[in-house]
Design a binder for this molecule. Structure first.
Ligand code: AMP
Ligand code: GLY
Length: 449
């Protein structure tokens, strides 16, 4: 099934600018299965540096452009065996879990894999995402602006409750560890905060991840996502994006993995971006270097603009989803060349080129998501989508058909000279694709100029 109509495909190919052709082409293993990974595949395949491309486990979309492999990405021995058998030159991790579990360290410790490039930090660097307490202490050490906080555990439960009882409202409670995007609770009363705090620590509401809890001041503002490619000393900025996390229009209802995204972000003007660079990005990279934390990978800065000032809400050790579905379409230069340069410690010579157009993505989701939902619904209309890129998120191919296979099903990305033009194309594509129970937000970008 064609993912792109030839006109769009050609346009994307010809706009790709490759700066560095010094190395010969590489066999690549990409880990993950979402819309982010399909967008990676789409971008990596445009690079002359890309030879064979494998995706573990991938989805119906990645299968049309690369080779899906059934591999448990959290099983380091299985990944190492695959890398050896298939002469893989570079592994790229889409999601955080393999990084936080130390996959990069485990592969690098294998004497037979000394030449392998792994794009993604080791367990120590991945703590920026894997432990909220680690990231807050890191920011404090390097004077990086973030909300005031204290961390508590079972041993300090009583102090924690006393802290909550005098805390300004609302109160933000965060499970220290990875909680599949669910570990943050914003409490409107102190009673609620104490109850949730106890559930997190005493009843392990989010498993071991909430054995430690970060209690944080609430910041009022508008959020945006920034991304860098770094080798722990130098970095390349990628286009910024804004994502829409809530299920309901007007940012209402429960949090999801992300219902849409847009880039560029109108309020991220040059003055603001300069503050982000000076106060947040530079001190973060310098802090990693000063602490001797080796870090080759993406850093995702979850930011909030309070008044005119940027603060860090969180770090992630990977790209965002669905932000990647607009960030990579706006990157005209060769992503793989940038990743290789980072792995080889020569990022300073790389230059990024951005597409000046807007890119937006609208996520089609299953009925019921983010609560219980059904899978296995037949999808139709995909070949009729003409002006958008269809990045598969939760899909699988079966008996010649494409079936839904997740809560988030399909990210429809479009370009436009204006935000309105890009959005109109994605909303039109969202009507063209059909499956039982399809839901999407019709107001992506509503809060931006
Ligand atoms: P996280 O899981 O850290 O991305 O947090 C989920 C969401 O909670 C963020 O995207 C914000 O919308 C919100 N959030 C987290 N921390 C704060 C804070 N200190 N102030 C206001 N909102 C927050
Ligand atoms: N879109 C937010 C995330 O990937 O965590």
């Amino acid at each position: 099934m064609p993912i792109l109509k030839p006109d769009i495909r050609l346009e994307q190919r010809s706009s790709q600018t490759n700066i560095n052709h010094k190395s010969s082409s590489m066999n690549i293993l990409l880990l993950g299965s979402g819309g982010r990974e399909h967008a990676f595949v789409w971008k990596l395949k445009q690079s002359p540096l890309c030879d064979a491309l494998y995706v573990a486990p991938g989805n119906a979309g990645t299968a049309t452009m690369a080779t899906n492999v059934a591999l448990n990405i959290n099983d380091a021995a299985a990944v190492a065996a695959f890398v050896k058998e298939n002469s893989i030159d570079m592994v790229i991790s889409g999601p955080e879990e393999p990084l936080v579990r130390g996959l990069a360290d485990q592969l690098k410790a294998d004497p037979a894999l000394q030449k392998l490039h792994f794009f993604g930090p080791g367990a120590e660097g991945a703590q920026l995402e894997g432990s909220k307490d680690f990231s807050k202490r890191f920011m404090a050490r390097h004077n990086i602006p973030t909300a005031a906080y204290q961390t508590f555990s079972r041993d300090t439960l009583a102090e924690g409750i006393a802290y909550l009882e005098q805390h300004a409202l609302p109160i933000v409670l965060k499970a220290d560890g990875l909680a599949a995007g669910k570990g943050v609770v914003i409490c409107q009363s102190r009673e609620e905060a104490v109850q949730v705090f106890r559930e997190m620590i005493e009843d392990l509401k989010f498993g071991e991840a909430s054995a430690q809890v970060v209690v944080e001041a609430f910041l009022e503002g508008i959020e945006l996502s920034m991304f860098v490619i770094t080798n722990g000393k130098e970095y390349l900025l990628l286009p910024e994006a804004k994502d829409y996390k809530r299920i309901g229009e007007g940012d209402t209802g429960p949090n999801t993995g992300g219902m849409g995204a847009i880039s560029p972000v109108s309020f991220a003007d040059a003055v603001f971006m300069e503050k982000v660079d000076q106060r947040i990005i530079q001190p973060t990279i310098a802090g990693l270097a000063a602490e001797g934390i080796a870090y080759t990978g993406f850093i995702f800065f979850g930011l909030i603009k309070v008044g005119d000032e940027p603060f860090v809400i969180e770090y992630n050790a990977r790209m965002g989803d669905p932000e990647t579905e607009v960030v990579l379409p706006r990157l005209k230069s060769d992503l793989l060349s940038h990743l290789l340069a980072a792995c080889e410690g020569r990022l300073g010579a790389e230059e990024t080129i951005f597409d000046p157009r807007y890119a937006c993505t609208v996520m089609l989701v299953s009925a019921g998501y983010p609560e219980a939902y059904e899978k296995g619904k037949v999808m139709t209309g995909l070949p009729e989508v003409r002006d958008s890129l269809c990045f598969h998120a939760g899909t699988k191919a079966e008996g010649g058909e494409v079936l839904t296979n997740g809560g988030r099903v399909l990210a429809l990305t479009s370009y436009g000279a204006t935000k309105a033009e890009a959005l109109q194309k994605s909303f039109s594509a969202a009507e063209t694709v059909q499956f039982e129970g399809k839901n999407y937000r019709r107001d992506i970008g509503f809060d931006l100029d």
